[in-house]
Ligand binder design. Structure first.
Ligand SMILES: *Cc1c(COP(=O)(O)O)cnc(C)c1O
Length: 346
């Protein structure tokens, strides 16, 4: 049976080049700053993002947590979207571990936060209020269709932040998907941000790892925070070696994933009881809404799984499909026809 796993781009396995690089990686004790491969990856990442320095961490969740812990103290407030990954899917770690107060604003369907809402949410100095320290933007925006946020918008938020002496962190788990989709350099998307995190273990297919980038002082503090949460690694150059391959060889090909996602959205758009937006499919994510209340996403996902097509239910009537390195144009056609069959048999 043909297996098409569209649940997430995190299911990608390391390439042959990555495995070779891992086997041959030069390593040292990274807590002592002595792993040459990690040091090289951190330099590369900083340069790609146009920042002074970078820090290798185990996951996107840790990258965001460490960033928030550095930007905000206990009782400080962070402004973030109500559909953001940091708010929804990171166990509320900023509050649970950092005592940081989340202030959510409604995400627009394209993943942006309204500029007036941001401005209005920044607290004046008043004994009743927490202090607003940080704005978090997500790019691409996972729960908002994987939409990329352009440099114009990113810069406007940066300007509001600077005017109000508030910082900006970008959760750029898929920032390279945004950059490739918009045909800009990733650094252009974060030039006004104080920090950015991005994942190597998603569309870039590395087995483990994320980076946090920012100025040298920020990264020094982030290194302390990483140790605090138990994320100090030793000979992790083995992982960094795969990440270097991911950064050098796997970015440009993301365009292929975007084409396949668009083709999938188009293939599903004709199915009566589904609602899919091909024009809103600008990176590697396709969100599918079921318009027939007799069909639940969980039942549909289970029936598709039996046929070898794996989707992720993201709500009672919503599923997500994500294209990635192991998904071909043929897989996408096959998945669309399996889905069409299941829906017509429902
Ligand atoms: C996946 C993801 C994260 C977290 O990354 P993990 O490596 O799974 O911890 C953070 N933000 C966004 C937008 C993501 O999609």
């Amino acid at each position: 049976m043909r297996n098409v796993d569209l649940r997430s781009d995190t299911v990608t396995r390391p390439t042959r080049a990555m495995r070779r690089a891992m086997a041959e990686a030069e390593v040292g004790d990274d807590v002592f700053g002595e792993d040459p491969t990690i040091n090289r990856l951190e330099e590369m990442a900083a340069e790609r993002m146009g920042k002074e320095a970078a820090l290798f961490v185990v996951s996107g969740t840790m990258a965001n947590l460490v960033s928030l812990l550095v930007h905000c103290g206990r009782g400080d407030e962070v402004i973030l979207g109500n559909r953001s990954h940091t708010f929804l899917y990171e166990q509320g770690g900023c509050a649970g571990l950092g005592g940081i107060h989340p202030r959510t604003l409604p995400n627009n369907p394209d993943g942006t936060l309204d500029l007036h809402d941001i401005e209005a949410a920044i607290r004046p100095d008043n004994i009743h209020f927490p202090r607003t320290r940080l704005i978090v933007l997500e790019n691409t925006h996972n729960r908002c269709g994987g939409n990329p946020l352009g440099p114009g918008y990113m810069n406007k938020v940066g300007e509001i932040a600077r005017r109000n002496r508030v910082r900006v962190h970008v959760d750029g788990a898929r920032i390279f998907n945004a950059a490739v989709s918009l045909c800009v350099d990733a650094s252009e998307l974060v030039s006004q941000a104080d920090s950015v995190s991005f994942c190597l273990s998603k569309g870039l297919a590395a087995p483990v790892g994320s980076l946090v980038c920012g100025d040298a002082d920020f990264i020094q503090e982030a290194r302390r925070a990483r140790k605090l949460v138990g994320g100090g690694m030793r000979q992790a150059g083995i992982l960094a070696a795969a990440s270097i391959v991911a950064l050098t060889e796997m970015v440009d090909r993301l365009a292929e994933d975007h084409e396949n996602a668009r083709a999938l959205a188009e293939g599903l758009a004709g199915i009566g009881s589904l609602s899919v937006d091909p024009d809103g499919t600008r990176t590697n994510m396709v969100y599918i809404t079921i318009r027939d209340e007799r069909i639940s996403s969980y039942d549909l996902a289970e029936r598709l799984r039996v046929k070898g097509v794996l989707l992720l239910p993201t709500g009672p009537y919503e599923l997500r499909a994500v294209t990635h390195y192991h998904i071909t144009a043929g897989d996408v056609d096959h998945a669309a026809s399996v889905i069409r069959n299941e829906i017509s048999n429902a």
